[in-house]
Design a protein around this ligand. Structure first.
Ligand code: AMP
Ligand code: MG
Length: 414
């Protein structure tokens, strides 16, 4: 049964996410870019190592390179040369001799162990050893860490502070990545004012474009900011077609709630196939999704908390899938006790803003940030988690177990 066949039917978050993700195919264009420009980008193919790491057998200790069969309790081996890191021994190793060697220096051909200097006694021009070494002792073998040709990063991997130095250690200077997603963004509403301008009677500042823009930048999207669009049929029609021509994804905020939806709906019906959803989540009930001529479209609700939440829970996974990043996981959830009661009515899944803290014993508990209205954006600056309350659950008493989804500033979870 189609869960949205009647206007009163609510769509669960998981159902909405499945619908969104079923429309998402990774951008196919790729580009070759310098490693120094690649932070935050997604690999379009697996990266393999062009070299062995280490590139040559080298000493793990300061000491002497020897041949096992030359070493005995009584033998004094003449020192035939030196090998330092970056300055290999270039002579020819003579049977029955040893080579002074330092950590990181290539092990001379013919020798098969390194004896640390603490186990060596210098006697005149020679050295006597107090141990009988094992084959390969204190030698780091070529390719022991990474073999030439081995896969070091899969395709669909995000290049960050662990991945880029790894590629650098292999001498890789260029990397093949998916192109960045182009996302067009605008806010709708006659009441909206841009920051830096004084508020006129009845105006409020445009929070959503600012918040969504930041979240898009964190996802490494190329943002096309189309500003504030007045509640005017022609202006809205124009901005939609402009956005559709330029972007892979178009994101708007406002104008999707009941009443306004009919108006936006009429324009969107001309331009593509858009569904207006009522989500069974709070905040964030109205949400629009579909396809314009070229681009996918996500219509966020106007209330700032709802806009941020629906972006985080729905649009972000969509963009991540489109971007080619294949290792994304749903936000982690944990179960903790709430120290404050939580208001809740059954029917929708609540994403209340909470503060997760550890007590002296290291046990985690959560408390509410207070007023949970969908316009109370300040709740985000105090919160470090969502308290996720199940759809059918009612009011929660202090001491009850609740599910919590931690996030960092501005809803980062990975
Ligand atoms: P709407 O979805 O357009 O009916 O808007 C719902 C509520 O969110 C109204 O109170 C709007 O004033 C408010 N709102 C809409 N867009 C924004 C925005 N970009 N920034 C802050 N508040 C907004
Ligand atoms: Mg509006």
């Amino acid at each position: 049964m189609d869960c949205c066949s009647t206007s009163s039917a609510l769509l669960s978050l998981d159902q909405a996410l499945d619908k969104l993700l079923s429309q998402a195919t990774t951008v196919c264009q790729t580009e070759q870019i310098s490693l120094t420009q690649a932070a935050g980008r997604i690999t379009a193919q697996a990266a393999t190592s062009p070299i062995n790491v280490p590139p040559f057998a080298n000493s793990a200790m300061d000491g002497y390179a020897v041949r096992l069969s030359d070493v005995s309790e009584s033998a004094i081996l003449p020192v035939a040369g030196k090998a330092f890191a970056g300055q290999p021994f270039h002579g020819e190793w003579q049977q029955g001799s040893c080579i002074r060697i330092m950590t990181g220096a290539p092990v001379p051909a013919g020798t098969d162990a390194v004896i640390m200097q603490e186990q060596a006694e210098v006697i005149g021009d020679g050295v006597r050893f107090s141990i009988q070494p094992k084959a390969g002792q204190n030698i780091r073998l070529a390719g022991e860490d990474i073999r030439q040709g081995a896969e070091v990063l899969p395709a669909g991997c995000k290049l960050g502070a662990a991945e880029l130095p790894l590629l650098a250690s292999l001498g890789v200077a260029q990397v093949n990545v998916y192109r960045r997603l182009k996302v067009a963004l605008f806010s709708t509403g006659d009441e909206l004012q841009t920051i830096g301008q004084p508020l006129q009677d009845g105006q409020i500042y445009d929070t959503n474009r600012f918040a969504v823009r930041l979240m898009l930048e964190k996802l490494d999207c190329e943002v096309i900011d189309l500003g504030i669009i007045r509640d005017d049929e022609q202006a809205i029609r124009e901005v939609f077609s402009q956005a559709d021509n330029q972007a892979d994804v178009v994101i708007s905020s406002g104008g999707v709630s009941v009443g306004e939806a009919d108006y936006t709906k009429q324009i969107l019906d001309e331009l593509g196939e858009i569904s207006f959803w009522k989500l069974a989540i709070k905040p964030g009930k109205p949400f629009a999704f579909g396809k314009l001529n070229h681009a996918l479209f996500c219509g966020l609700p106007g209330n700032p908390v709802s806009a941020a939440l629906t972006f985080y829970q729905l649009v972000q996974p969509l963009l991540i899938k489109l971007s080619g990043y294949s290792q994304w996981q749903k936000p982690r959830q944990i179960t903790v006790k709430t120290t404050t009661p939580l208001k809740k009515t059954s029917g929708r899944m609540d994403f209340q803003r909470g503060i997760l803290t550890a007590n002296a014993q290291g046990e985690l508990t959560v408390k509410t940030t207070g007023h949970q209205g969908s316009h109370i954006f300040s709740s985000f600056s105090q919160a470090n988690c969502f308290i996720v309350l199940e759809r059918e659950r009612g009011a929660v008493a202090a001491g009850e177990w609740v599910t919590v989804e931690p996030f960092n500033h501005l809803l980062e979870n990975n």
